[in-house]
Design a protein around this ligand. Structure first.
Ligand code: OAD
Length: 241
C-alpha cells in the first residue's frame, strides 16, 4: 500500500499519568507542589544543585518503578502498522520518561530531554544513567566532578530537535496531540503550525486543553482508554485502504 498516511503525534504528561507519573498543571500536579523556578532552570541548578538533583533523583526512581500503560502500547502498535503499510508515525514527546520506548515505539523524539540520561556541563558528554546524580559524581569522559546534570530541558533553554520536529510536522497528513495542556511553547504552537499548513488536527485528552478550539476533532477521556480506541479506528481505516 502506498497511500498509508503519515501521522505526527505529540504527547505530554497526560499519557503517562495512569502509569503513576504526575502531570504538571492538573490539581495536585508537580508544579502545584514544587516551584519550577527553584527546580527546573539553569539558574536554580547553579544556585542549589543538591536540591535540583534530589528532585530529579526522586522522579528517576519513580520512573524506574513505573510501567507503560495501554496508551503507550497502542501508539507502538500504530507505528508498526503504519510502517508496514508504507506510512509513518512521527512521535514527538515532551515527556522525559522512557515509557514510549518500553512499550515498543521505535523512534521517539524527546524534545524536553530524557530523565535516564545525564550531561556533563564541562564537556557536554551525554551518558545513560539509572542511578542518582550528585555534585560529587565525576564525568566518565572528561573526569571532572560537579558538572553532571539531568539531560532535560529547563525553562529558559531551547528544546531539542526543533528543526527535525518542524520538518516532520509539515509532512504529516494528521496532527494528533495527546495528554498535553497546550500551555508550554514551542510544543503548544505546533497545532497552530499544523493548521496553517492545512493539516487536520485532533486532540486526545482527559478534558479540553487550553488549545481545544484549534483542533478539528477530539476524544476526551483517560488516555489508557481513549488512545487505544483512536488507534483501533486508525488501524481499521488502514485495513479498509
Ligand atoms: P501538563 O501537566 O501541563 O498537562 C497535562 C494534560 O494531560 C492536561 O491537559 C490534563 O488534562 C491531561 N491529563 C491528565 N491526566 C490524563 C489522562 N489520564 N489521560 C489523558 N490526559 C490526561 O503537562 P504537559 O502539557 O506535558 O516541561 O506539560 C508540558 C511541559 O510543562 C512539560 O514537558 C514540562 C512542564 O513544565 C519542562 O519541564 C520543561
Amino acid at each position: 500500500m502506498t497511500d498509508a498516511p503519515t501521522l505526527f503525534v505529540l504527547t505530554g504528561a497526560g499519557i503517562s499519568a495512569e502509569s503513576g507519573l504526575g502531570t504538571f498543571r492538573d490539581k495536585g500536579g508537580i508544579w502545584s507542589k514544587f516551584d519550577p523556578m527553584k527546580l527546573a532552570t539553569p539558574e536554580a541548578f547553579a544556585a542549589d544543585p543538591t536540591h535540583v538533583h534530589a528532585f530529579y533523583n526522586a522522579r528517576r526512581q519513580n520512573l524506574l518503578a513505573a510501567a507503560p500503560n495501554p496508551a503507550h502500547a497502542a501508539l507502538a502498535r500504530l507505528e508498526a502498522a503504519l510502517e508496514e503499510a508504507g506510512g509513518r508515525l512521527h512521535l514527538v514527546t515532551q515527556n522525559i520518561d522512557d515509557l514510549h520506548e518500553r512499550a515498543g515505539s521505535r523512534r521517539v523524539i524527546h524534545m524536553h530531554g530524557e530523565l535516564l540520561k545525564a550531561r556533563c556541563l564541562h564537556c557536554e558528554e551525554v551518558v545513560e544513567t539509572r542511578v542518582d546524580l550528585s555534585t560529587a559524581q565525576a564525568c566518565g569522559a572528561c573526569g571532572r566532578a560537579g558538572g553532571m546534570r539531568p539531560h532535560v530541558v529547563w525553562f529558559g533553554e531551547i528544546p531539542l530537535f526543533m528543526d527535525e520536529i518542524e520538518t516532520a510536522l509539515l509532512e504529516a497528513d494528521l496532527f494528533v496531540a495527546i495528554g498535553t495542556s497546550g500551555s508550554v511553547y514551542p510544543a503548544a504552537g505546533y497545532v497552530g503550525l499544523a493548521r496553517r499548513a492545512g493539516i487536520p488536527t485532533h486532540e486526545i485528552n482527559l478534558e479540553p486543553s487550553d488549545n481545544a478550539h484549534l483542533f478539528d476533532g477530539a476524544d476526551y477521556g483517560p488516555a489508557s482508554e481513549a488512545v487505544p480506541v483512536f488507534v483501533e479506528r486508525m488501524l481499521a481505516e488502514l485495513r479498509e485502504g
